[in-house]
Write a protein that binds this ligand. Structure first.
Ligand code: CA
Length: 528
């Protein structure tokens, strides 16, 4: 091959430069044209808000008019699920679009913020990015132009916040403050760029401490009991029998907001608050009563739900406030508003509070999306959606290609009412935090539109539920001879999903430790 002369090289270089300038110019023009239309994204996520505590989902226990407004003006997803139903893993999945075994957060361990995240991709593409509220990932946020987060779980009243420049306490109630800070982010944003805001609430997470006005709203209200509150766990495996997240047997005096004797101080006071009451002196209908047994159980459910629902109400009020702000500032039209929770929650279902299990109340997330002009108002979407889908969705909304290593799929075609013909017909779930804070057995499983198969792998015990004939998941059919073909088919599907999602069991035998020792976290990070 003939070597180029210096002159020829110079000419080629100039041609190459011209070529690249032309190409770059075309790309920039294209980006600029697209940037003008790229939608803003406001992603509102609560902590532990079960779908069955939203009236848009047919709640029997409360009314959420502001959240319902998103459903009315947008789309309600009926089958949205978390793939590892606890707080920190859900947040890592949200940012990465990956299952826990690939993002390195199977339990309450620290998130490695040096890995690619959707916030970084959007920031690099010109979005002004903000993270406000509960973060709970043990490391500082990365990929955000602005962040202000609760340390660990954070407090309900007068909470402290962490920022790049240090820690500050903001007086007031946490849901109000997170909304104020979210609006402040919007006010301060550069108006020549689209924005991506993650507004993450603490409420209604334990210890369920309502704002006084909402506490008053729910005080004395009688909440209907769920049909499975007194589930006897017949036919189910050891996992349900061994778990320690039962309304009747595991809620503490602190959870139930019982007042310790005035003379009790220091460790003795803490011990009193952390104990589980078997007798409660209280006032019912103006008369002092001693509650025990079944009467106490019923009272515990009411106390739990009154506080939980009062915390939900603070979120509902504040979502309304944020929606109003977007409307009055001309931002409603070109902003995608998404409302969800980091997972579901048991509202006395199966006698439980908390989450973790692959049963429906815990697995299912509320998911409401408003996008004027793109989503038909009042639409309902039933496709199987998982939380690894969020990151690819944000990429798609920003006009970016979804990276190959993200494991979810963009929901944008679903928003537009046209689910792809090859959309998933089953989903994979895996929970690791065993024994964790509630003595919950590790498990993985598959859910289809009609069935659920769960494997508690450390015990090698299985559960099979027919979701059509037994939506409350009360009859484990795993040993039923008539179900063996279904068992076999679902086991094959489970293995296929494990391969598809590259789950090589790397965290299968790790011991996350007992209560409060879940890794290198500040003490407030571990759930109480
Ligand atoms: Ca949570």
């Amino acid at each position: 091959m003939r070597a180029c002369s210096a002159y020829e090289s110079m000419i080629m270089s100039m041609r190459s430069c011209r070529h690249w300038f032309a190409l770059l110019s075309a790309v920039l023009t294209s980006i600029a044209a697209h940037a003008a239309t790229r939608p803003n994204v406001v992603f509102i996520m609560t902590d532990d808000h079960a779908a069955h505590a939203l009236s848009a989902y047919g709640s029997r226990v409360n009314e959420t008019p502001n959240l319902d407004r998103i459903a009315r003006e947008g789309m309600r997803f009926t089958h949205a699920f978390a793939v590892n139903s606890i707080c920190t893993p859900s947040r890592a999945t949200l940012l990465t679009g990956k299952y826990s075994h690939l993002n390195g957060v199977p339990v309450f361990n620290r998130f490695d913020g040096s890995q690619p995240t959707v916030a970084k991709y959007l920031q690099a593409a010109g979005y002004h990015t903000g993270m406000v509220g509960k973060w709970h990932l043990g490391s500082d946020p990365t990929g955000f132009d602005h962040w202000i987060i609760l340390p660990g779980q954070g407090d309900y009243m007068d909470p402290a916040f962490l920022t790049p420049s240090g820690r500050k306490v903001i007086p007031g109630y946490v849901s109000d403050i997170i909304t104020d800070l979210s609006i402040e982010f919007l006010k301060q944003r550069p108006t020549n760029r689209p924005f991506f805001l993650m507004s993450h609430h603490k409420a209604p997470h334990r210890p369920w401490e309502p704002h006084p006005k909402h506490r008053a709203q729910f005080a004395g209200r009688t909440i209907p009991e769920p049909a499975t509150l007194r589930d006897d766990y017949a036919t189910r495996t050891d996992a349900l029998h061994e778990n320690r997240q039962r309304v009747f047997d595991d809620l503490t005096r602190r959870d139930l907001k019982l007042e310790p004797p005035a003379d009790l101080q220091g460790p003795a006071r803490a011990q009193w608050l952390n104990a589980i009451p078997r007798v409660v002196e209280t006032t019912v209908d103006g008369r002092s009563q001693t509650l025990t047994g079944e009467a106490l159980n019923a009272w515990k459910y009411q106390r739990y739900m009154q506080d939980y629902l009062a915390c939900v109400q603070s979120v509902d009020d504040n979502v309304g406030r944020l929606l109003d702000w977007l409307s009055t500032h001309g931002l409603a039209e070109n902003t995608v508003v998404i409302y969800t929770s980091d997972q579901g929650f048991f509202l006395g279902d199966h006698g439980l509070y908390d989450k973790r299990f692959m049963y429906e109340p815990s697995l299912r997330m509320p998911l409401l999306v408003r996008w004027p002009g793109q989503i038909r108002p009042g639409s309902v979407e039933g496709s199987l959606v998982i939380n690894p889908d969020f990151a690819p969705t944000f990429m798609d909304l920003a006009g970016l290609a979804v990276p190959d290593d993200m494991q979810g799929r963009s929901l944008v075609p679903l928003f537009r009412g046209s689910a792809p013909s090859d959309w998933r017909t089953s989903l994979y779930y895996r929970y690791y935090h065993d024994p964790g804070h509630h003595n919950t057995r590790a498990h993985y499983g598959v859910r289809t539109r009609t069935h659920k198969l769960i494997h508690y792998w450390k015990k090698d015990q299985w559960e099979l539920f027919d979701l059509v004939t037994d939506p409350d998941e009360l009859r484990n059919l795993y040993s039923d001879p008539a179900q063996q073909e279904t068992v076999s088919r679902l086991k094959s599907e489970l293995q296929r999903l494990k391969r598809e999602f590259k789950d090589d069991d790397q965290f299968a035998h790790e011991q996350p430790g007992g209560p409060g020792v879940d890794g290198p976290f500040p003490d407030k990070a571990a759930p109480r």
